[in-house]
Write a protein that binds this ligand. Sequence first.
Ligand code: MEV
Length: 334
Amino acid sequence: MRVLASAPAKIILFGEHSVVYGKPAIAAAINLRTYVWAEFNEKGAIKIEAKDIRVPGLTVSFSEDEIYFESDYGKAAEVLSYVRQAIELVREEADRRDRGITVSITSQIPVGAGLGSSAAVAVATIGAVSKLLGLELTREEIGKLGHRVELLVQGASSGIDPTVSAIGGFIHYEKGKFEHLPFMELPIVVGYTGSSGSTKELVAMVRKTKEEIPEIIEPILLSMGKVVEKAREILLSDLDEEVRFERLGKLMNINHGLLDALGVSTKKLSELVYAARTAGALGAKITGAGGGGCMYALAPGRQREVATAITIAGGTPMITEISREGLRIEEVIP
Ligand code: MEV
């Protein structure tokens, strides 16, 4: 039997980092996907093959102990640890630790870009392997297992990335609980800096600063939580679209400033953010952990101009769409 599952990337619209401290966040799945084939092998071992894993500027192919292309080995190896943990957790859940499983991965999601590539690979692996082992899991349960994978691999995680990747659509997330927000198309442009940040290191850095100067960092995190609540109110309101976008844009700019204050922005990220605003975006901010990775801009009627401005500022623009669907079982071959 062979199973093919896929899971989407995500963007965090509001609330990254503060979500790690129990504040709410809003995120959406986007239409870039990771695909995972799973099948049994007779060796009793876990075997991982990955093709087309996109690390900045390169396509990598590797199997468990062999790298086929010279590339950013660190990033490729990081992907492996999410996949391995995901397989091990599902084997445990199914009480089939002895079962040999081979997974083969292809991905459209750039690694380390803040678009949730690790969560997507974990969720797609859990989806494919659980189906292979005959384990009936809901998407919510798969998201929770994805959160456990993140905790095991990266130490700290709010769980928002695997939840959005498993469930899809627009999500308001708080302390492990999620609420679907009404689906809408958002005229956004994502800008990729071309370099990547380590979520694990950035989360640890914010924690350290918080421990050193809690009297300064805690109010920032509190404000971020309030930005998210305000954004949720606007998204659920029946305000005119123009007013709604304008208010969301303002909140994005505030959220970016607060993230900058936490120290997770970079020169390049800020340059892309300001280039987008200058080109007419109503708001622009980092999305994801920062330290490189991506920003996004809200640019109704100005997406093309903003994309050009991002290119001129040295970034790679991506005009993405929100994906209604989370985890998908694409094919089951008996
Ligand atoms: C990463 O996409 C978002 C962070 O808030 C980390 C997390 O929520 O686990 C930085």
